[in-house]
Write a new protein. Structure first.
Length: 412
């Protein structure tokens, strides 16, 4: 028979009106609320980071490769797609996808409105999966299967942002003139097939997605000339390793750039969020551990006569310690179950019903985001159990210092 477990069970089954029962409920509630807060914090943090990263990658990529140039404008130096880097990209470990793009500045004009814009030309291999999630109206342009017959050499279909749509009063299916400045003013008639909204003001204000062949014609480039390569990695944590491989393969006149360098302030801000969450986690675990110490001390104070009686019968200190460890672990397990139920439940409500809104101008998204990272949730549960189990050894040391004579006198 497991004597410590039997005694601990009898202690747990005290009447609900006793002082120890009330203290036990407080301990379980503190663990549950602390764990639920940690789960919600991590879900929101990962959701926010994933949302921001996905919005950034709508306009860019993990790694961008362009030609070295002293020109800071949107007029790019042509880069051939017949380079060893582009042709052998699939042999680079961790590289998921590579695509060629080009950009060119211009002016959008309707009957009543005029606005500056950047045309980003994309090719046949362009990955539209990120834009699909940002699409709010219309459809993705079909440059190579359903070309608008405005020119036999390129498609006139474009994708514009909701900001541009509202500013220019443009809807799906409408035409717009885009002027490109060179030696002469060159207008091109384009047709809006879709409208997107990422919430990132820097891109939404100016970016128009069109056919790469249009920019090649405007710049008098050949079909194998592009403005830059966009490289995506399989795992964002490996972006530095892939960047080093790309840099080794790239020729001396190429300039690889990581997204963490291009958007350094934004990624530094997200790193600061990680640090704040770490501090938040430590504080909650500290409070939960402190509560467990205080609660076990109260329980032992109430059970001082029992401890004295057990010692009088010859019980070793390890047996008495195990009794209160079992009591504490039972509280921890109940607190973890309630905490997971509360935390995951609230996250699920926000995930499916989006009850808590945000201001997109300040937070880049319209609702509080939730991301499910179950390995992290499992680690949080394990860390909570281990930390509180270690902390619970402290109050059990008090039981070893209780003298049977004084404990039995205390009963009177």
């Amino acid at each position: 028979m497991n004597v410590p477990f039997f005694i601990a069970r009898r202690i747990r089954h005290t009447t609900s009106t006793s002082f120890s029962a009330t203290v036990t409920k407080v301990g379980i509630a503190s663990i549950a609320i602390g764990l639920a807060s940690i789960i919600i914090a991590f879900a929101v943090l990962f959701g926010y980071k994933d949302g921001i990263e996905q919005k950034i990658f709508v306009f860019g990529s993990h790694i961008t490769v362009s030609k070295f140039s002293l020109n800071n404008s949107y007029e790019e130096t042509p880069l051939s797609v017949k380079t060893p880097l582009y042709q052998k990209a699939k042999s680079i470990d961790g590289l998921r996808h590579i695509q060629s793009v080009a950009t060119k500045a211009g002016m959008l004009k309707t009957t009543d409105e005029l606005s500056g814009a950047i045309l980003k030309g994309v090719g046949r291999e362009y990955d539209w999966s990120l834009f699909q999630s940002a699409l709010v109206a219309g459809r993705i342009p079909s440059f190579f299967s359903d070309t608008v017959q405005c020119n036999p050499n390129y498609s006139c279909q474009v994708l514009i942002s909701k900001r541009i749509s509202d500013r220019m009063q443009l809807g799906v299916g409408q035409d717009v003139i885009m002027y490109f400045i060179g030696n002469t003013l060159r207008p091109r008639k384009l047709q809006v097939t879709g409208i997107y909204d990422t919430g990132l003001e820097e891109g939404d204000n100016v970016m128009v997605i069109g056919d790469l062949r249009l920019i090649q014609q405007l710049n008098n480039w050949g079909s194998d000339s592009v403005g830059s390569y966009e490289i995506f990695v399989s795992n964002f944590d490996q972006v530095d390793a892939v960047y080093r491989q790309v840099r080794d393969v790239a020729s001396p006149d190429m300039r690889p750039m990581r997204v963490t360098d291009t958007y350094k302030p934004l990624f530094d801000w997200m790193m600061l969020l990680d640090q704040n969450t770490g501090i938040f986690l430590v504080l909650i675990l500290f409070v939960a551990g402190f509560n467990m110490v205080a609660i076990l001390l109260v329980l032992m104070l109430e059970r001082t006569p029992m401890i004295g009686l057990l010692k009088a019968f010859g019980s070793p200190n390890t047996l008495i310690r195990r009794v209160f460890l079992y009591v504490g672990l039972n509280m921890v397990i109940k607190g973890l179950l309630l905490g997971n139920l509360l935390g995951l439940g609230l996250c699920a409500i926000q995930y499916y019903f989006k009850l808590i809104p945000l201001d997109p101008k300040n937070y880049y998204m319209d609702t509080v985001p939730i991301a499910w990272n179950f390995p992290v949730i499992a680690l949080v549960n394990l860390a909570t159990i281990l930390l509180i189990a270690l902390v619970m050894w402290l109050p059990t040391l008090v039981a070893t210092r209780i003298q049977p004579v004084k404990a039995l006198v205390f009963k009177k």
